[in-house]
Design a protein around this ligand. Structure first.
Ligand code: G
Ligand code: G
Ligand code: MN
Ligand code: NA
Length: 253
């Protein structure tokens, strides 16, 4: 396909960029974190979603250089915001392939060293697809990243297969609750009970729970009643270009 053909040049021609979506603390009432989301500005086709090109990169062996670029770019851009004395955590989506390649540990270390961003500011978002199957080298590398001080989050939690067993096996600090969970919470007691259970699970395991995909004031109110402290979604803030970020963050203060 055209996208697959053009992808190798996207990096070298500077067609990739990052946008950042805020994660808001309901107790702190401010932006606590930013999730980096990659975009490809294709010269002819316009903006292409990572849903389309990340799988292509994974098939083409381009995913490691792509993820390396994401790590370098995101930490460099965060360093700029931290220099203005802001207290923020940066979330980066990790590809399973990068972890399995064995180069994630040195690539993270290099990005942190180059940017000067402390490891504790970097949250690596992994999905459960990583953990289907037997424990392997990837488990050890994830533990190494955790030992380095990086924060590990389990993304899209609750989508797909049950992930409870992974919570015992892996050094998970944060659960990002899939937005599917929010669908009915405003008026359906069963949906609300499910969300409550995930928040309770997090509390018992000392794992922070982030609700993803918060779109309505009703959902926000219900999540607060259920004790959810961390929120992400279009209602709180859209993915935003770096130049506008400082304004978005400071608007909450
Ligand atoms: O931002 P958006 O909704 O378009 O993201 C679509 C999907 O692409 C989500 O599953 C998101 O996790 C994933 N994604 C966004 N940025 C990156 C990235 O830098 N690396 C990887 N591997 N996935 C990403
Ligand atoms: O899989 P992951 O959680 O990394 O996916 C992040 C994706 O979710 C991004 O593509 C982002 O654009 C999208 N997203 C963020 N907030 C919302 C929201 O409130 N509603 C919907 N439908 N998508 C959202
Ligand atoms: Mn994510
Ligand atoms: Na998610």
């Amino acid at each position: 396909t055209r996208l697959a053909r053009d992808l190798p040049d996207a990096l070298s021609r500077g067609q990739l960029r990052l946008v950042y979506q805020p994660v808001v603390g309901t107790v702190e009432r401010r932006v606590l974190g930013l999730e980096a989301l990659v975009r490809w500005d294709h010269p002819v086709l316009g903006e292409v979603s990572p849903d389309e090109f990340v799988p292509l990169a994974e098939d083409d062996g381009l995913i490691v250089p792509l993820q390396r670029w994401v790590l370098e770019q995101a930490t460099a851009e965060l360093a700029g915001l931290l220099a203005e004395d802001r207290d923020l955590q940066l979330g980066v989506n990790i590809s399973v392939r990068h972890l399995q390649s064995g180069s994630l540990v040195p690539d993270v270390a290099a990005a942190l060293a180059r940017s000067g961003v402390p490891a504790g500011r970097l949250m690596l978002e992994v999905t459960e697809s990583l953990f289907i199957g037997e424990p392997d080298r990837a488990d050890g590398d994830l533990q190494t990243l955790h030992d380095m001080g990086c924060v590990i989050s389990l993304d899209d939690f609750g989508r797909g297969y049950s992930t409870f067993a992974y919570l015992a096996r892996l050094p998970v600090d944060v659960l990002k609750m899939d937005r599917e969970f929010l669908a009915g919470i405003e008026d359906d007691e069963r949906s609300a009970a499910l969300v409550h259970s995930v928040i309770e699970l997090g509390r018992r395991l000392s794992i922070d729970v982030v609700a993803e995909g918060v779109e309505t004031p009703g959902q926000l109110a219900r999540l607060q009643e259920l004790g959810c402290r961390y929120l992400q979604g279009f209602l709180l803030g859209r993915p935003t270009a770096p130049a506008q970020l400082a304004a978005v963050i400071d608007a909450f203060d």
